[in-house]
Each structure stands twice: as structure tokens, then as C-alpha cells.
Design a protein around this ligand. Sequence first.
Ligand code: PLP
Length: 402
Amino acid sequence: MIYLDNNATTAAAPEVVEAIQPFFTKEYFNPSSMYAAAQPARDALESARKQIAAALGASLPSELLFTSCATESCNAAIFGTIRANPNRRHIITTAVEHPAVLAVCKELEHQGFDISYIGVDRQGNINLGEFVRNLRKDTLLTAVMHANNETGAVFPIERLSRVVKETDPNIIFFCDATQSMTKLPLTMSGTFRNVDILAFSGHKFHAPKGIGGLFIRSGTRCRTFLIGGHQESGRRGGTENVPYIVGMAKAIELAAATHHNDVKRMELLRNKLENALLEQIPNVEINGRETLRMPNTLNVSVHYIEGEGILYQLSGLGICASSGSACTSGSLEPSHVLSAMGVPFTAKHGSIRFSLSRYTAETEIDTVIEEFPKIVARLRRLSPYWDQKNNKPRIASPAVNQ
Ligand code: PLP
């Protein structure tokens, strides 16, 4: 099996799996319990918090909350900000956010909030002028992702957050860093010093699924909404998932130790695949190629065939990737990200995303380079769009019952 869908999820690192074991069977106690046996679980929880907060450049460990995933973190950031600031009802986001943000914004629109969806250009760059023009007196929140999950395009968060704070320091800047965490440099005391809230998720960087993080800068008006227990200083009720929190801290430690080499390797392999596909297949384009991009992501549009057909054939060979379309209720919806970028119809339906990890081997990339052009050639032989493009209209089959 060749796994090239690491923006969807990653394998837990063996070191992570090892580190979390004792917290299932030996140190399984509730970290809030008062007896001495629970102390190691409590210590592990707080030392993971300190470690991740330090890696983020947070001023205080208490600025970091643990959640169950990035979807929860994004929901908590947006709904929490609204709860704490009832006087402002305008939110700025972008047209290419993950549904964890976009679906919340759509829901808020139904509730009477005014949402501005900022567009992107053909490469996935945010329209900076449009962003600035939309900042208003009643703007409560800007929700802008760091790196796009589909194309890998990176938004200039340092610049955007600085502009926001220079315009009105009361506007809260929230950033969904789910894809960039551990892959791109970011620090809450440096480049992200104007970012108030940051969301991330462990399973994107070799920690288990089911654990996320939410940085909320001290002083930020945000009332998180999972009410119940006193955990996480009363800001997110629910017994903490100590094993997975320990695992997330371990994954961040591992990433920090190998970051430079991992990024260089992934980028080298991604570029090898990209160049080979461009060289060997006519009428393909790389979405987001001309912009700053994540080192591990390759979004390729193959004109005149369906992405699902390509995926199916790749899957038959044991190659896992993903397409930009979501099959909803029988109709194939093209990716909202590629649509916002203005990718033409014949290309956005044939888009495939390959996403690498530190475990991707060069031989795996070589196999894809060998197989992918064959798949495309096979599917194009069956494609009426391809025939049309080559001025070879299909001969209509004779009608039955005539
Ligand atoms: N935000 C972005 C940019 C993502 O890519 C994803 C997942 O793909 C999420 C949020 C949601 O992450 P989770 O699966 O942890 O809820």
C-alpha cells in the first residue's frame, strides 16, 4: 500500500504509540482525582501542556486547551468569540476555509450574522485588498486558515493579522493551523504574535485521531462552550484524554527534532512527482504551483477526466490519494476551493491531491510516476470530453426501437 493522503490523516509515529501505552493500563487515572495514584497522570497532562505551549511560543501553558479535534477547536473559537462579544455581528473569513470554519459561518449567517467570504486568485492567494476593505467597525472576528488542506497554499498570516490589529485591536484574529502545524514555522510570540486564537489537530502530524488543541491568548474575549466539568480551568469540560495528549506532545517533540530534514525531503519528493507528471501527461496543471505552498502537498488537475475515476484506479493499485470533489446525494460537487480559485470545469472535476509525510519513500513516488500516466491515458480513451477536445466527436449509437 502506498499512502499519499496525509492531509486527511497520518499514521501515528511508533514513538508516539510507545509513549502513550502506560497511560492506558498503568497511569490510567482521572487526572482530576485527588488521590496520590492519579498524580502521574496529572503530571503528564501538565507537562504535555507546558511542552506544547513552549513549542508554540505561548507566554503561559494555560493559554493552551486540549480538545477532541480541529473541528471542535474551530467551533469553540468562533462560537466562543461570539458568546463573549455580543455587540459585534460581522465576521470575515475566506471562501476556501475547511468546513470546520465555513459550515459554522453558514450557520451563523442563518442566525443573522453578517459574514464576508474573501476570495482568492487563480493560485489560491487571498485577495488582500478585499480583505482590508471588508474590515468594519462592527467586525468581531477574522477566521483565516494558515495552509489550505486541498492545495497547500499558504496565507500570509503575519501580514493579515498585523493589518487587522493596526485597524482595530479589538478585532479577534483566529487562525486554523491544522495543516501547517509542525510543517511550517509558526510562533505565537513571533510571526503569529497578532493571532489571538489558533486551532490544530494531532492526527495531522502523527499523533492519534481524537485529540486537538486550541491556543487562546490570555486576555482574548472567548468563552468556550463545552460546559460541565471544571477541567481545562473551566473552559472545556470533560475528562482530559491523557494518553492522546501525551501522544500529541511526543509527536510535536519528534517533529521539532526532524523538522528541517522532513520538510526538505517531502518537498524534494513532491517536486519529483510534480515535475514527472507535468512532463509525461499533456493537459495537466498544478493548482497553487505559483504560490507559497506546503512542502508535502500536490494538487494536480487532469483535464477531461473525472478525479473519482483516477482515484478508483489508483486504489486498485493500492495507492491512496484523494480528489477535490465530494460525492453528495448522487451528484459530484466540485471542490469549493478549486471553484473559488476559478479552476475551469474540465480541470476541477479531474483534480487529485497527493499529500506526503515524513514516512513517504522515494520508491513509492516512483511507482506513482510509473502508474499515474497509464491511468490517465486509459481514462482519456473513454472520455467524451477528451474526444471533443481532440475534435473526435463520438459516433452516436444507433437508436433502439427505430
Ligand atoms: N481544518 C483544516 C484545515 C483541516 O484540514 C481539517 C481536516 O482535514 C480540519 C480543520 C478538521 O480536522 P479534524 O479532523 O481534526 O476535526
